[in-house]
Design a protein. Structure first.
Length: 115
């Protein structure tokens, strides 16, 4: 059994910042990728950022320069630092963790950017 526990979502004004965290626990081995997706109402789920085991990263064009993904291997935790938030960043953010056997998803955390 693998559990992903997300935290850090909430309501923030445009231009503000939030930091999301996702901690993986349970029978998970040799994580090779951790990342974040998001889904806005009426839209498909889209990649936000992913970090591989060799520390390479990939970002959606819409968040480059504003969001930073990082991971703590000792804690099996991935973070997403979100700066200069815009109303269009409003969505449910889902954590993803992939190991040798499967891909696991978090339950989602709401991020709302509004004045």
């Amino acid at each position: 059994q693998v559990q992903l526990v997300e935290s850090g979502g909430g309501l923030v004004q445009p231009g503000g910042s939030l930091r999301l965290s996702c901690a993986a626990s349970g029978s998970i081995f040799s994580i090779n990728a951790m990342g974040w997706y998001r889904q806005a109402p009426g839209k498909q789920r889209e990649l936000v950022a992913v970090i591989m085991s060799v520390r390479s990263t990939r970002y959606a064009d819409s968040v480059k320069g504003r969001f930073t993904i990082s991971r703590d291997n000792a804690k099996n935790t991935v973070y997403l630092q979100m700066n200069s938030l815009k109303p269009e960043d409003t969505a449910v953010y889902y954590c993803l963790v992939r190991d040798l056997s499967a891909t696991y998803w978090g339950q989602g955390t709401q991020v709302t950017v509004s004045s």
